[in-house]
Write a protein of this length. Structure first.
Lengths: 367, 403
């Protein structure tokens, strides 16, 4: 399988950036971190890197297995199977969350007459298509879209900077609430969203072509995406101020609407909408792929591609049914970030300990 | 190939909605709103919302030199309701086209309404994706916002365009007004500061300004004028800054682009004109003996552009004296603005934000009582003025009377 679908380091690099930027670029992150959001993002980065190293370590120990495979190797099939199921459910749910976020933001920002169901249907059909085509195609698409995403970012940033809308003093006071609150915004909030979400890559690393540089590539990608995220959120706060930033549902959109360059370059809204659609597409596709991979593994299903349909349909239904309103959707997000994701990350850490103890124990016995 | 059948179906199905026709609106079915005016309905808690709608036929016709004869370039419709958004939508009953707000560039608040409070007016703007947050805001002085929209202005197609452009030009070159948008106002309303909004009034008879005949004579019977800056206390209009005080406020807010300062020439009053060409202002706060002290630091540069008396800028002392005069005049005007706002307990300059940024701990204690603290605080103004050029001549052709 891994020979069929080999991913190059460049593709991995591009995909991690797209995945990390995903929705984190457009929604306010850090639950009210305000002026210090950018600092909290930087502080959360080491956590993300450590988590990634952990994922790579597991992949090194079990090069042919994905998450659900080595969970069962480590704790046995009887405990491992339900735990894998837990990850499967979470991946499906979070893919649906991303879809819902995109749908709601698209409707509030521009498609006010279109029913949410149709926007979701269009997006999910693209996701189903790409998963059906296989992971190789997905990563190749990612390689192309990272360039589009970066050019959108560069043009928008230049427009924002030259429009003179940035007031650096909006970022003051730095550490007004002290280090502790800044760190508490980073852990667990920003550490979990978007860095904790990297647990999806437990199902992907096994397809890598050059495993030796997987760690280096991933860490570089995490650093690059952290810098981009931190910069974007700093610019957002510098333009609209912490007050508006904390109240808005879609800060990047609000920022871009204030841009007016020489009275003719304005309404760059479509750039932000594009960034939202591209980011969400890759993020939810990775989630959906991870879900289908785990499903294929734990249910011993031979053709993983075919799972694209059921997984896609479930994601579609969950995305519409999971919350009745956008505020409720956001509150659910807080639960995900504060409880669910930390538990899933903690399970990984626990697995590491069990694995290490077992390894020690086994080697002792062999000697 | 078996699997591709449902897939083909899916793709064909998405064709139904992919073309993006769901939100489609044809230009000929749209009524383009150029300006929005809000008034209070007397003795009730309802708003009158007036929408100025551009008549595309008349506008296109006038450019082509014919065609639109007899048509007015804009029409004002108004409706009354409890909320602004509802009143705007209610107007659809009267307008034969779909209202389209993305090009609306002006938001006018009636003076009577402003005196009762403007706190709640902007929620709609923040939530909506169609209304632009960089819409300019003005207050209609001594007249209803609706009446201001009704005036047919010379040289521009609609009064909303005339006011928006006029405000921009006046603020940039005369500096006795401020071009503030919705974002600025929401920022001050949601923080501890107060908003500051320019006024616009009608010169002449507003009733005659409604008619086409207004455009058929010069000077027009009614014209629009940007005048004065409104200051607010607790979201209610309490005073107007005029003339030099208004310019002082523009200076303190770091909005000074260019202006003309008249200064005394020995015993002749205000007979030397300096054109200020650039100016930057820094607001800082420091704590002294547990009390906040506000620092305003201005750095400006000007040219000598007119002297109605024989001065000799060749001499260094003359130039130094002019610089000092300019600095003193700037300082005086800023003091004037500060004094008025302190009397009204209205922190329009954003000292509260500055406190929050630089003294977060002290700010927490002062937050509740800020308007009073602001009114009693000490303000230190320092101005650095430079006059570097005197235009195409150095000496004046005027002969000095006494040598």
């Amino acid at each position: 399988m891994s020979k069929m679908s080999a991913i190059s380091p460049t593709q991995l690099f591009a995909m991690i950036i797209l995945f990390e930027l995903g929705t984190a670029l457009v929604v306010p992150i850090g639950l009210g971190a305000g002026t210090n959001a950018w600092l909290s993002i930087l502080l959360a980065m080491p956590g993300g890197i450590i988590l990634y190293i952990l994922i790579v370590y597991f992949d090194k120990q079990y090069p042919t297995l994905i998450l659900s495979g080595y969970i069962r190797k480590i704790v046995g099939a009887y405990i491992g199977w339900p735990i894998s199921l837990l990850y499967l459910v979470f991946f499906i749910y979070n893919s649906a969350r991303n879809l819902r976020e995109a749908g709601d933001l698209l409707i509030t920002s521009s498609y006010d007459q279109t029913p949410v169901v149709f926007i979701h249907a269009v997006m999910i059909s693209a996701v189903i298509y790409v998963i059906h085509k296989g992971i190789k195609v997905l990563f190749r698409v990612g390689e192309i879209y990272i360039l589009i995403m970066l050019s959108l970012g560069i043009i928008s940033n230049i427009a924002v900077i030259f429009s003179g809308a940035i007031d650096i003093r909006n970022l003051l006071p730095i550490l007004g609430e002290g280090w502790i609150s800044t760190i508490r915004n980073a852990y667990p909030n920003i550490f979990m969203f978007p860095f904790g979400e990297l647990i999806c890559f437990t199902t992907i690393l096994t397809h890598l072509k050059q495993k030796k540089i997987a760690r280096k590539t991933g860490i570089l990608a995490i650093i690059a995406s952290t810098i981009l995220l931190s910069m974007t959120h700093a610019i957002e706060v510098a333009v609209i101020g912490a007050g508006v930033y904390n109240r808005t549902t879609f800060p990047l959109f609000t920022v871009i609407t204030t841009v007016e360059l020489a009275e003719y370059l304005q309404r760059l809204d479509s750039f932000v909408i594009l960034a939202l659609i591209i980011g969400v597409f890759f993020k939810m596709t990775i989630y959906a792929y991870a879900a289908s991979a785990i499903a294929a593994d734990i249910f011993s299903f031979q053709e993983q591609r075919k799972l694209a349909y059921p997984v896609g349909v479930i994601i579609f239904l969950v995305s519409v049914l999971s919350a009745w309103s956008f505020p409720e959707h956001n509150n659910e997000g807080a639960t995900v970030v504060n409880i669910v994701l930390p538990v899933l990350v903690a399970i990984l850490v626990l697995l590491l300990f069990i694995h290490l103890i077992k390894k020690r124990f086994m080697t002792d016995r062999t000697i | 190939m078996k699997t591709s059948r449902p897939f083909i179906f899916l793709m064909l199905f998405s064709l139904l909605f992919l073309p993006g026709c769901w939100n489609s609106r044809e230009l000929r079915d749209l009524a383009i709103v150029s300006g929005i005016g809000i008034d209070k309905v007397p003795d009730s808690n309802e708003y009158r919302v007036s929408l100025q709608i551009v008549n595309p036929n008349a506008v296109a016709g006038s450019k082509a030199g014919g065609g639109g004869q007899g048509m007015l370039p804009s029409i004002v419709y108004s409706s009354v309701d409890h909320t602004l958004f509802s009143a705007m939508r209610k107007t659809s009953q009267k307008v034969p086209r779909r209202l389209f707000y993305a090009h609306s560039q002006l938001f006018i608040i009636g003076e009577t309404l402003a005196k009762e409070g403007i706190n709640e007016l902007f929620d709609m703007y923040e939530r909506s994706h169609e209304l632009r947050l960089n819409t300019s805001v003005v207050i209609s002085r001594g007249i209803e916002a609706e009446a201001l929209l009704n005036v047919l202005p010379p040289l521009q197609t609609t009064s909303a365009v005339a006011i928006t452009n006029g405000l921009k030009v006046a603020s940039d070159t005369w500096a006795r007004s401020l071009d503030k948008d919705i974002t600025d106002i929401v920022k001050s309303l949601s923080g501890s500061g107060e908003p500051i909004i320019s006024g616009v009034r009608v010169v002449g008879d507003p009733n005659k300004g409604k008619k086409r005949s207004n455009l058929e004579q010069t000077p027009p019977l009614a014209n629009l004028e940007v005048k004065g800056i409104a200051i607010f206390t607790d979201g209610k209009l309490t005073d107007w800054l005029e003339g030099k005080a208004a310019r002082g406020a523009v200076w303190a807010l770091n909005n000074m682009k260019s202006t003309i300062v008249n200064m005394n020439c020995d015993d002749k009053k205000e007979k030397i004109s300096i054109e200020v060409i650039r100016s930057t202002t820094k607001l800082r706060t420091v704590m002294r003996n547990g009390k906040p002290v506000f620092l305003i630091q201005v750095k400006e540069e000007g040219n000598l552009s007119e002297a109605l008396c024989p001065i000799n800028p060749d001499k260094r002392e003359v130039m130094v004296k002019l610089q000092k005069q300019l600095a003193d005049e700037t300082k005086k005007e800023i003091e004037l603005a500060i004094k008025t706002t302190q009397q009204k307990k209205s922190d329009v300059f954003g000292f509260s934000t500055e406190m929050e940024r630089t003294h977060p701990k002290e700010w927490k204690k002062m937050k509740k009582n800020w308007p009073v603290i602001y009114s009693q605080s000490e303000v230190e103004i320092s101005v650095e003025a430079y006059i570097r050029r005197t235009g195409l001549r150095i000496k004046s052709y005027l002969k000095s009377g006494d040598g």
